[in-house]
Design a protein around this ligand. Structure first.
Ligand SMILES: C[S@@+](CC[C@H](N)C(=O)[O-])C[C@H]1O[C@@H](n2cnc3c(N)ncnc32)[C@H](O)[C@@H]1O
Length: 269
C-alpha cells in the first residue's frame, strides 16, 4: 500500500466501530441487536445528504432492478444494502479500509443480506474483477481520495458490460479558492485530490465513456435530496467531529470553493 492510500485508510479507520454503531442505534431508540436496513440507513450512507442522496442517485442513474452492481468504495455498506434490499440487485462492494469492509459484512449478515452482497478489500484503481462483469458501477464520494482518476475511470470502464452505467458523486474544485479543511473525506489537503468539474468530465471521456452528464442540479431539485434532520448521521463511522467537517463542506460549496457533482456515463456498446 502506498503512503497516500495508507493515509486514506488511517483517515477512515475508527477502531471499535461496531460498538460505536450499537451505541448510536441505542441512543436513537433502535434495538442494536436487531438492526434493519431502515434503522441502519440513519448512519450508514457516508456522503452528503445520507440515504436521501443514495435514493436520488439510484433514481437519476436509472439503476435497473435486479442488476449486478459494483459499489466502488462501499464504506460500511449502506448503499449496497439499499440496492440489494429495495432493488433486488446483486451487489459486490470493494473498499480500501479493512475495518469498513469487516463492519459492512457483519451488518449484511445481521439484516439477512449476506448472500446478496459480497465484499473485498481493495482499491478502485486496481479492481480484482474480470472484464465486463457488471451492469452498473456506483461510486459515492470516493473520487476525492483518489489521485489517479484516469486509472480509476479506466478500471470502471473495463469491468462494465458494454452499455453498462457508471455513476459517481463527487465534490470538485470550485473557482473561488481552496476549500475549508477539515472536510469529511480529508483532514488536510494531503489526501484530498480535487480537480475542476471540466477536468473530471474530460478525464472520464478520455477513459472511453460516452453519454456523460452531470445531474447534480436535478439531484438538488428532488424532494428529500438534502441532509435529513433528526437522523443519526455519519459521526459513528466517520468521527465525532463530523458536524464541523460537514459544515465546512457546505460552507465551501456555498462560497464556490467546492462544486457538487453527480455524474452518469455509459460504456459504449
Ligand atoms: C466518504 S466514504 C463513502 C463510502 C460509501 N461510498 C458511502 O457513500 O457510504 C469514502 C470511502 O472511500 C473509500 N476509498 C477511498 N479511496 C479508495 C480507493 N482508492 N479504493 C477503494 N476505496 C477507497 C474509503 O475507504 C471510504 O470508505
Amino acid at each position: 500500500m502506498g503512503r497516500e492510500t495508507a493515509s486514506v485508510v488511517d483517515h477512515y479507520t475508527r477502531n471499535n466501530l461496531m460498538d460505536r454503531i450499537r451505541s448510536a442505534l441505542s441512543a436513537a431508540g433502535h434495538d442494536p441487536d436487531k438492526p434493519t436496513i431502515e434503522t441502519l440507513s440513519e448512519l450508514d450512507h457516508l456522503h452528503g445528504g445520507g440515504f436521501a442522496t443514495t435514493e436520488v442517485q439510484v433514481e437519476l442513474a436509472e439503476i435497473p432492478r435486479g442488476s449486478h452492481v459494483l459499489d466502488a468504495g462501499c464504506g460500511i455498506g449502506g448503499p449496497s444494502r439499499y440496492l440489494a434490499g429495495a432493488h433486488g440487485c446483486q451487489v459486490e462492494g470493494i473498499d480500501l479500509t479493512p475495518e469498513y469492509v469487516d463492519i459492512a459484512g457483519q451488518l449484511n449478515d445481521k439484516v439477512g443480506l449476506g448472500e446478496s452482497i459480497s465484499l473485498t478489500v481493495g482499491s478502485v484503481t486496481e479492481l480484482p474483477y474480470e472484464d465486463e462483469r457488471f451492469d452498473v458501477v456506483l461510486c459515492q464520494n470516493v473520487t476525492m481520495n483518489v489521485e489517479d482518476k484516469k486509472t480509476m475511470f479506466r478500471e470502471a470502464l473495463r469491468v462494465l458490460k458494454p452499455g453498462g452505467a457508471y455513476t459517481f458523486s463527487h465534490l470538485a474544485e470550485g473557482p473561488n479558492g481552496s476549500p475549508i479543511y477539515p472536510l469529511p473525506w480529508a483532514r488536510t489537503p494531503e489526501t484530498s485530490f480535487l480537480e475542476t468539474p471540466e477536468t473530471i468530465l474530460q478525464t472520464l471521456a478520455a477513459a472511453g465513456f460516452t453519454g456523460i452528464e452531470d445531474r447534480a442540479s436535478q439531484a438538488r431539485s428532488k424532494p428529500g435530496g438534502g441532509p435529513q434532520p433528526g437522523t443519526i448521521g455519519a459521526a459513528p463511522a466517520m468521527g465525532d467531529d463530523m458536524p464541523m467537517r460537514t459544515g465546512n463542506s457546505a460552507k465551501s460549496i456555498q462560497e464556490g470553493r467546492l462544486v457538487s457533482m453527480m455524474v452518469v456515463a455509459t460504456r459504449p456498446m
